[in-house]
Ligand binder design. Structure first.
Ligand code: TNX
Length: 620
């Protein structure tokens, strides 16, 4: 009896501990402030949803969520209830109409044992709902629980971006929607859609049908790592794909319903071989023929700054602006070698006639022309940081990708800037560890910790200049990402770190809490939603050598419910190896070494890479 009591007590205190250990209640991105209170609210199918805006997107989103989870979800307009009866128990209030201000996109949540109140307007209410969904525990039959708390929250940056390259590999409508779902859940609000590149043109343009008829197809694709392997192996498989304008509009609506703006990119004047394959007259050698590229890298074949090109680009951009209602149109501007322009009489004459300094001046002229047209339509351009070379177009926003240099220079010139430096862990095509077990990637090294540690405001900027850093973005270039499963592997969990970099105040950032408390919970949630992700190696496990006669191993899985398996016989660990359940102490005889290899398997069966701690007592 005593033992049973003790067990119950232990279980109970364990539960209390589980509840109280995380000051952020598992929420990603960490809110501005969370005050935890005792007790919980229970959502049952009878729980009422009471609101002054029944048709609002955020209200509908929440009601649909409840329906999906079998928790009721019918909405009642609070104005249909007599004033005296409006304060009800067992209700979730979504209050849009209240006195006073909240910061832009901000919200407040109050959870008591009797009701939940969400306060916010538009995006703010949408984000209140996203936060609430993250703290609803649905692992109970017929009801869900929400811990009592007061939460106040608003974003650090207005532009919180995630990019997807659909040119190198094409991703269909369903995947793009899943991507947008993820972004919305983690409060990212700008989807940078890289729609064209040397290897494929992926958006239907009615006036120029060959862009997709020819430009969306390549004969085959390079096998293996382009940079590390010039063996000229190709897969021999034709590759194609593009979005019709109807599909684009469908996705634009889908994003809009999730408070996500889409920034479409038509990459010019470099990265344009797919367009040249369709319309060679866009090049400086109109008689030449071009093939949609089958390899990666940077091509010397670029658009010619001719009137033919400007006319066609204006037409293309006009259709793009009809499809995408947002403020920003991304015109690329990156990696445009000047070889073709140097070899062209037309370009040389143009430089002389227009009093331009050189080919960089010509590139500036090119971008400036595009900007003028786009501004005349009431929109603004974004360009990669190369658009600084030769002089910046007057109203351009700069995306700083080659480190922060370009972003710093642009902000000092008074231009808006979006930070997305590869060197700051913002390139999700880079490797997530140095293990040879990582799947093929473009190189680089961007582990979760590095992405998390990135601060988009460089020290070099004073506080006035820093205001021009409107936000931050991570990029998913897809040269080596041919499938949705791999895209999700590269995206997750790093996108969760990006979300915190973009949203949370610097003072709320805490990597230990993020990694050990919130990542496990969120990854388990994402697994139950069917997402793929890179399973982090267990906390305490890494490839390393330790020396001495004795070594203690202490590990923690980083996905809730995951199990750790290990070997000490040199073999690869797996589900048939020894399960790790408690800290282990190893004694290594003098002159010997032993390898402690371990890996983690999630409840859904995903495996981490295996790591090897060499316990070395050879004295060498
Ligand atoms: C550079 S980032 C590029 C892309 C590649 C990427 C690979 C940028 C503006 N240009 O074309 O896909 O590196 O990491």
């Amino acid at each position: 009896m005593k033992n049973i009591l003790l067990l119950i007590l232990l279980a109970f205190s364990g539960q209390l501990l589980a509840q109280s250990s995380d000051p952020n209640l598992g929420i990603i991105p960490a809110p501005v402030s969370v005050k935890k209170l005792a007790g919980e609210f229970r959502i049952t199918p009878e729980t009422m949803v009471l609101t002054d805006s029944p048709n609002h997107l955020a209200t509908q989103f929440f009601a649909n969520y409840l329906k999906k989870k079998g928790l009721g979800g019918s909405i009642t307009d609070i104005n249909t209830i007599a004033k005296a009866n409006r304060s009800m128990k067992n209700a979730v209030y979504l209050t849009f109409d209240f006195k006073g201000d909240l910061p832009a996109e901000g919200y407040e949540i109050s959870v008591t044992g009797e009701h939940i109140t969400l306060k916010g307007r538009d995006a703010g209410m949408f984000y209140a709902v996203q936060t609430l969904i993250q703290i609803i525990d649905v692992n109970n039959p017929g009801y869900a629980t929400v811990p009592c708390a007061e939460i106040k929250d608003y974003p650090r940056f207005a532009y919180r971006g995630m990019h997807l390259d659909v040119a190198r590999h094409f991703f269909g409508v369903d995947f793009v929607k899943r991507y947008l779902d993820l972004m919305a859940a983690y409060k990212l609000n700008n989807f940078h859609w890289h729609l064209t590149d040397d290897q494929g043109w992926r958006v239907e343009i009615k006036k120029y049908p060959k862009l997709t008829e020819i430009g969306s197809k390549r004969a085959q694709t390079k096998v293996g790592n382009f940079k590390g392997n010039d063996s000229d192996l190709f897969d021999g498989t034709p590759y194609d794909g593009f979005y019709t304008q109807d599909q684009i509009l469908d996705i634009v609506n889908y994003a809009h319903d999730r408070y996500i703006n889409i920034v479409p990119e038509i990459d010019m004047p470099g990265h344009s071989v797919a367009a040249l394959a369709a319309y060679p007259e866009l090049s400086c050698v109109p008689s030449a023929t071009y093939e949609v590229m089958q390899t990666w890298g940077v091509s010397d074949n670029v658009l010619c700054p001719s009137e033919t090109t400007f006319k066609m680009e204006d037409d293309i951009l006009r259709e793009i602006m009809e499809l995408f209602p947002g403020k920003y149109i991304h015109i690329g501007g990156d990696e445009c070698p000047k070889k073709a322009w140097k070899a062209s009489d037309f370009c040389r004459n143009m430089i002389a006639d227009s009093g331009l300094r050189d080919e960089n001046g010509l590139q500036s002229y090119f971008i400036g022309r595009l900007e003028k047209f786009i501004n005349s339509q009431g929109r603004s351009i974004i360009g990669w940081d190369e658009i600084l070379e030769g002089g910046l177009a007057p109203n351009a926003t700069v995306m700083s990708w080659r480190g922060e240099k370009g972003g710093i220079a642009a902000a000092q010139l008074g231009h808006d800037v979006i930070m997305t430096p590869g060197s700051g862990g913002m390139y999700f095509d880079h490797g997530q560890s140095k293990s040879t077990q990582e799947p093929l990637n473009i190189g680089g090294f961007a582990p979760l910790s590095k992405t998390y540690a990135y601060d988009p405001i460089p020290d070099a900027l004073n506080s006035e200049q820093a205001k021009h850093v409107i936000g931050v973005q991570a990029n998913l270039w897809t040269e080596y990402i041919p499938t949705p499963a791999k895209a999700e592997y590269m995206l997750l969990p790093r996108m969760l770190a990006l979300s915190e970099v973009a949203w949370s105040p610097k003072s709320a950032k805490d990597y230990k809490n993020f990694l050990e408390e919130r990542i496990p919970k969120n990854l388990a949630m994402l697994e139950s939603e069917g997402y793929n992700f890179r399973v982090p190696e267990p906390e305490g496990a890494k490839d390393t050598t330790v020396t001495g006669p004795q070594f203690k191993v202490e590990l923690k899985p980083l996905v809730a419910g995951a199990k750790i398996y290990y070997t000490i016989d040199g073999y690869m660990p797996g589900a048939t190896s020894l399960p790790y359940t408690q800290p282990l102490l190893f004694n290594i005889p003098a002159g010997k070494y032993m390898d402690f290899k371990c890996m983690e398997i999630t409840p859904g069966g995903k495996s981490s890479i295996a790591t090897d701690i060499r316990m070395d007592n050879t004295g060498k």
